[in-house]
Design a protein around this ligand. Structure first.
Ligand SMILES: [Zn+2]
Length: 274
């Protein structure tokens, strides 16, 4: 009898410690933005586990090896040279946010319209601004300025140092998709409050983290999420950082500002030093 009880107890523990069934209205994230900013670049979650939690999202890969885009159930890796490839199910992520995208509201915008105005348009569609929203924007873009980051070696520098080495690319007159989130300020200790957008061209050949854009004719779709599941990073000195709210100025620079020094001289650089 004892031999039978042990496996049952083990099974219950596993079930109790695992996330519940994937809910299409749940925003699922691994680790937190503060842990990522502090240099927690190696996570345990595999891309195959991520796509079981959502078909739409963004993030990065272990060792901070480029930008992640999850679109229509496929995980793409945008490396620092802007090459895009499909990520294997076994690849791991230290930080990612996904949900199953299912549009709650749709709006068409005829531009040209700059990033700030486009984000205001999105904001005007958010009927429940205290909820997290996934934002999908498909169409033609006059320009999209994207960045990716170089793979890191241990000991890992903080994210603010890494983005000084980011590679920036300008895509002109491209058809593609913005894969983004608009999160309430209340979630700022866990994730990027406000807008965080990645981009992928329709031919899946270029993309990255959006620094700037001008949209031409696009369709905005938004999807509200009524719950949030956070899989915290492994225990250790960074656990405290998991819940420490990020410095808003440092986070703003990481997420939004092109840097002025191209440290990858062989790669195209479009940094705005004005
Ligand atoms: Zn990003």
């Amino acid at each position: 009898m004892r031999a039978l009880i042990a496996p049952i107890a083990a099974a219950l523990m596993i079930a109790g410690c695992s996330p519940g069934p994937a809910d299409p209205e749940t925003l699922y994230q691994t680790s937190t933005i503060t842990a990522l900013m502090a240099g927690a670049y190696d996570g345990r979650t595999r891309c195959g586990q991520l796509t079981a939690r959502g078909d739409f999202g963004l993030g990065t890969f272990n060792a901070l090896d480029g930008e992640m885009v999850v679109l229509d159930g496929v995980v793409y890796q945008v490396r620092v040279d802007d090459r895009v490839s499909r990520a294997g199910d076994a690849m791991r992520t230290p930080f990612a946010v996904v949900t199953f995208f299912d549009a709650d509201a749709i709006s068409t915008v005829v531009g040209p319209i700059a990033l700030a105005q486009l984000r205001s348009q999105v904001d005007s569609l958010l009927a429940k601004p205290n909820l997290p929203y996934a934002v999908r924007i498909d169409g033609l873009f006059k320009r999209v300025t994207v960045r990716s980051v170089p793979r890191q070696n241990r000991p890992y520098p903080e994210l603010a140092e890494v983005v000084k080495d980011q590679a920036i690319f300008e895509l002109h007159d491209v058809r593609g998709t913005v894969i983004g989130f608009a999160l309430p300020q209340a979630l700022g200790a866990l994730n990027v409050a406000g807008h965080h957008w990645h981009f992928l061209t329709a031919d899946r050949n270029a993309g990255g983290h959006v620094l700037d854009l001008v949209a031409d004719k696009v369709t905005i779709c938004i999807d509200d999420c009524d719950s949030l599941y956070v899989a915290f990073a492994a225990a250790g000195k960074l656990t405290r950082a998991d819940l420490t709210p990020p410095d808003p100025d440092v986070l703003h620079r990481i997420e939004n500002q092109p840097m002025c020094r191209p440290t990858h001289p062989t790669l195209p650089f479009a940094g705005n030093c004005a």
